[in-house]
Design a protein around this ligand. Structure first.
Ligand SMILES: Nc1ncnc2c1ncn2[C@@H]1O[C@H](COP(=O)(O)OP(=O)(O)OP(=O)(O)O)[C@@H](O)[C@H]1O
Length: 232
């Protein structure tokens, strides 16, 4: 299986100047392959969001190597990082961050437009097909406030897929949903992973949902810990 992302010895800390330097990631090694569905678990403050921000090219590491789809990415300038991010990565957050003044369809098309400054041929049809896939075809023209929490999060998942990414990074995507809706949204991400081969890395505190993932990565004290299943 081709590698989608590789981290080697990634370190990240905060502070400096007046504030003390605190290292959060102490040398993370992690490889995700095409088509994997991986959960990322770890105690609060262990550095999960920090790790996702580095994998998502939102923040650079202080040290170590980051390779995305074969391209070295730890030391790119802003333009090159943005280009790589738009080309390969999609994001889902705990809160959907949909723009309230725009329809579901317009929200889905936003990253496509932002990436290229125009809508490529077929982008609208692709977005509509994805909305239909998640059961929202007849809601495409509605604004976020007219949708339920689960529907809003499904729009956010479709938005993450609009640029045909290789890797979707999802930070607590079901953390704001009731148990039943969370299970449905999680199942939908699994289905899309199987159907489209998109790799998913999903941060979740929900033990039940994490256990359903074929692979589980644990972050403990800023390092990847061996999977509990492999210990003892
Ligand atoms: N921009 C920042 N400046 C200073 N410290 C930060 C910054 N971002 C994160 N931290 C610190 O890094 C540590 C890890 O934070 P992070 O949000 O990555 O953890 P997490 O595992 O995602 O936690 P949670 O599960 O609670 O969301 C925390 O101690 C946090 O206070």
């Amino acid at each position: 299986m081709a590698e989608v992302i590789r981290l080697e010895g990634v370190r990240k800390g905060y502070g400096g100047g007046e504030a003390p330097w605190v290292e959060v990631l102490h040398g993370v090694d992690l490889v995700l392959h095409e088509g994997e569905f991986v959960s990322l678990a770890g105690p609060s403050g262990s550095g999960k969001s920090t790790l996702l921000n580095i994998m998502g090219l939102l923040e650079p590491p202080n040290d170590g190597a980051l390779t995305i789809a074969g391209e070295r990415a730890e030391a790119l300038d802003d333009d090159a990082r943005t280009r790589l991010r738009n080309r390969y990565l999609g994001f889902v957050f705990q809160f959907h961050h949909l723009l309230p003044a725009f329809s579901a369809l317009e929200n889905v098309l936003m990253p496509v437009f932002a990436g290229t400054g125009r809508l490529p041929a077929g982008a609208r049809e692709h977005a509509l097909a994805l909305l239909e896939r998640v059961g929202l075809a007849e809601h495409a023209g509605k604004r976020p406030v007219q949708l339920s929490g689960g529907q809003q999060q499904r729009v956010a998942i479709v938005r993450a897929l609009a640029n045909r990414p290789r890797l979707v990074l999802a930070d607590e995507p079901t953390g704001n949903l009731d148990t039943q809706t969370a299970a449905e949204v999680f199942a939908l991400m699994h289905d899309i992973n199987r159907e489209q081969g998109v790799t998913f890395l999903v941060v979740t505190h929900d033990e039940r949902l994490a256990q359903d993932c074929p692979r589980r990565v644990n972050l403990v004290d800023g390092r990847i810990a061996p999977s509990p299943a492999l210990v003892g």
